[in-house]
Write a protein of this length. Sequence first.
Lengths: 835, 322
Amino acid sequence: MQHPLLFAVILYTGIALAQEVDTVVPPELLYFQEAQVPTDIEPGHYVVTLEVDIDENGRVTKVEALASDDPRLTPFAVEATRSFVFSPATAEGKPVPVKITYRYVFDIEHKKIEVVHVFQVREKGTRAPIDGLTALVEENAKAFVSNKGILEITDLPPGKYTLYIPEGEWVEMRVPFEVTPGRGQETEIWVERRYGASYQTVIRAPREARFVTKQSIVATELARLPGSGGDPLKMVENLPGLARSPFGSGQLIVFGADFLDSHVLLDSMPMWWFYHFGGLYSTINPAFIERIDFYPAAFDASYGNAIGGIVDVRMKEELLDDYHGAADVNLLHAGAIFGFPYSENGDLTFAFRRSYIDGILKAVFSDQEDFGLTTAPVYYDYQFQWRHHFGGHNRLKLFINGSDDALELLNRRNGLSEPTFVGTLGMRMWIHSAALRWDVDIAQGLSNALSVKVLPMGFDMNAFSSLKLKVTQLPVHLRDDLDWRINDDLRLRCGLSAMTTVAWVDVRAPHVPYGGSVPMPVATQEVIEASESVNVTEIAPWASLEWRPFQWWTLVPSLRLETWFGDWQVVYADPRLSMRFQIDEQWSIKAASGLYQQTPPVYTFSREFGGGNLGPEAAVHALLGVEWQPLREVFVQAEGFYKHLFNLAEPSKDKTIRYTNDGYGRAYGADFMVRINPSDWHFFGWLAYTYVVAQRWDFDIEDWRSADTDQRHVLNLVGTYELPRHWYIGLRFRLASGYPYTPVISAVFDADTDMYVPIPSPYKNSARLPLFHQLDLRVDKEWVFDNWKLALYLEIQNLYNNRAAEGVQYNYDYTKSEWVLGLPILPVLGIKGEF
Amino acid sequence: MRVLLLALLVVGCSDPFRPQSKVDGPRVLGIVADPPEAEFEGTTSLTAIIAYPEKVTHVTWSACPLSLGAEMQYACATPEIPISEGSNSIVFSATILRPWLDALKPMFADFIGFYRQIVNQKDYCMREVISKWDECIRGGGPCEDEGFEMALKCLRANGLKVVFHIAVTLDNGAVMHAYRSVRFRDPTSERPLNNIPRLTGVVIGDRLLKGGETIELEPRKETNVLPLFAENSVETYLNEDGETENERLWVSWFATAGDFAYARCTPEFPEQRYTLPGLGEPEQEAVIWVFVYDDRLGVSYITFKARPSGYKPAKEVSDMEP
């Protein structure tokens, strides 16, 4: 039994919001709750420093630990402090809410306690030891709290008792036990969560001033949403600022930017490509992903070489505490993952996935006379992860992954309009990647993260021996992030991004389609050949200073210097500034602007396809927004933005240079989002509406025209509700303007090739595909056993079978047209076992 | 599933339109140029094959020696040269091109400006001319005379591609436009002029047709069809990089009635199937055209008729003979 001597000192009285400091009368502690003390704490003097929010009635509304002499005491101090009652603080005589810093002091004296029974408490399904579970001995109503999965019952005389776990976070449970004289007995009990773990462990980083328009969502939340197929990355396009990608291709179209202008990163390092063929699934097993951070615009200088947005996929950092694994089977693929800790300081994880759609499609097409699948679409991916913590301050992680996708069709007859498209169409893309990351806590408030990544990759396409594209590339990336919290109001982040790559390209193809162009028959176009290698090196130091001159104002000036060597030699600097005004606990205003530059499209590096002479493309971002968080569970934001694009790669009429940097454009609009965060409401979802106007200057008509990415209205309503007994039901409704396209007004006959050549309207992108709308439904059921869990899901995409127009197709002489329709109603069934 | 959909689109199974092989109205089916490549100041003849010629009221021919090509909808850098009216066949002598080119000499800067828009990657000669022109202009010039002579040499060696334009006016006032290129150049022993690819005939069922015949077929029954390529149809030639390449050939099928299984086929996969409509259905007698193309402007065709067994002719449909 402990006898803590407790006393409190109010060190500092926070500012009553919107009040002057010198008029505030601090609250007084009226009721003190004694904290429990774990039995394994040595006698001594301990302090847990807490930040306590007290409302105008003197009730504690929020407690957060700031520091602790022993982290084992922290949850007990927090729990006890929640029961404190204060006299209200007053400002000019009126009660006001305040935030105080409170030191909870434990003076623990040595006293022998008698443990009469020990329960090992584990969570059903995951086998995880449970911390902080409160249970009562029914006979005397004495409460005990588990610590690291151990619940010790103390000081009970011999007899029969019942341990009672009340309904709450856990399913109600009664466990009879007996206390006998002598040594205490041990019992293992398995406790079931009433609701999924994702609703209990919510990770929310504080809103950062340097990322004024960041969305951060935990991967497990995303994976259960309809349309995800269990893959969190596929849900990113439902966030505000993003357009619906054409044909579900997974292309990121952020605030009207071209998809090449945005990047997907894995722990801030490039992934190069992140989807298997056609955007079916991402190439990383979702079990590795902790959360997804999305920055649609106006991010600070820690990210560069992108004039669009950034998606940063964050991997899990916490070491495994036990062996874990999962097997996943759905319509397209089967996969498995297994990980285990080899010591308290390290773990290993392996994962592998392979599609079997090749088997299905080969069976479907086996009786087709005119074409066949010599290699049906097949993909696999693998991941290996090794993590080790050295001495508590150094963390090392090696992550090796790769994927391989292949497809080959044999077209024996010409069902296509192109006269020579007979034979085989083959495509293969592969990537292998090894990334080593070293995190070190150098000193209090000073940390560093160094990553090196090498990722050989290749893409090989051969179309009917007429066209080919073969690219082999060997990039090596390095990134260093130093984070120095100088004091409470000043924080410096700086670092270096570096990359060197050599690419070998062998291509035979028409020129890359221009914006707003109508697809031309290949037979009537010049076929360009190139067999080249490109070697570039990037060194980009950056610095970002977060300065809080006042409690309510944070500003972040940042600068990135990009230096490129090799076949592309340029130097440029991107200054940026963002700021956040915290009006009160609920409201904040944010504003940001900056210069963003990037390499021109990759094909322009080719001397034959792009002239190889372009400078960087550029954009100025400006963003103004407001955030409102009326409740912990509810987050609302509204933003307006303007992007001026310049120095864009613009096709030249001069075929000896192909491209110039003369292109310019603009994108402007607004977005609005209401998000319900995971909580004990058991609902998670959001409503997001984005309005974007994306335009490019048309030099032919000397006026603005719609960009190819000009999807004006995008509305996404996404949500999933957790019912008791581990049932989940989710809906997704999407409404989006059609993409613009250039109509064909007539055609002429090209007697050289027996093809009709379309005559496009001089007004590019002057027509638009019909409105897209789709409703998806997903139902999950999870069965929880002691050592493992089994989950079954049914996802019905396009519930009311609205086949959306995804493009336009024409008859041979362009006198008739039809929409290219998207997928009909599509049920997908999946099953996943997890331990 | 998206891959499946993509695969279906690639092989054209989702094409909801009437196939190109189905001829249900007046149409330019092809233009045969003989020879498809002629000597620099040589002669070629062009014949337009037009279905339902009785609905054609007027035909005009013109030529453009400096065309921006298909990608720019055949816009011509200079006004097109009128050639002939009224006939679907012409003979063109390139001797008129030399004075036309000479007239361009004073406007050589404009000529270079135009050529920048059409010069192909593999036209090394003309790219060199443009490069030297730029260099000369930077040096202060004058550059016209030397540049013109160099450009002329390039045109003679690599060919001046003249695009012929036929405008066909129909009885309903509509105008159809078709374009056909002929290259005029100086042949060498390494790079002789291209010849027309030819078919020796078409086997329908068990009968060989060489053109001009009429064949009776069982209605609504699919019949195997096989094109027979003449010997040496696939020519070997030196490309711009001096590498040996084989021509790629394809066959296009057209019929005024009935259905071909495929609009086109190739020597690698030549088999074709054809089905005549049933008795009593409209358009029972079919005029059939079979064109063979190579990828160097060569084209020829044969035509014949097919009718159902027991057919009684109601009306005559034929192509417009030269």
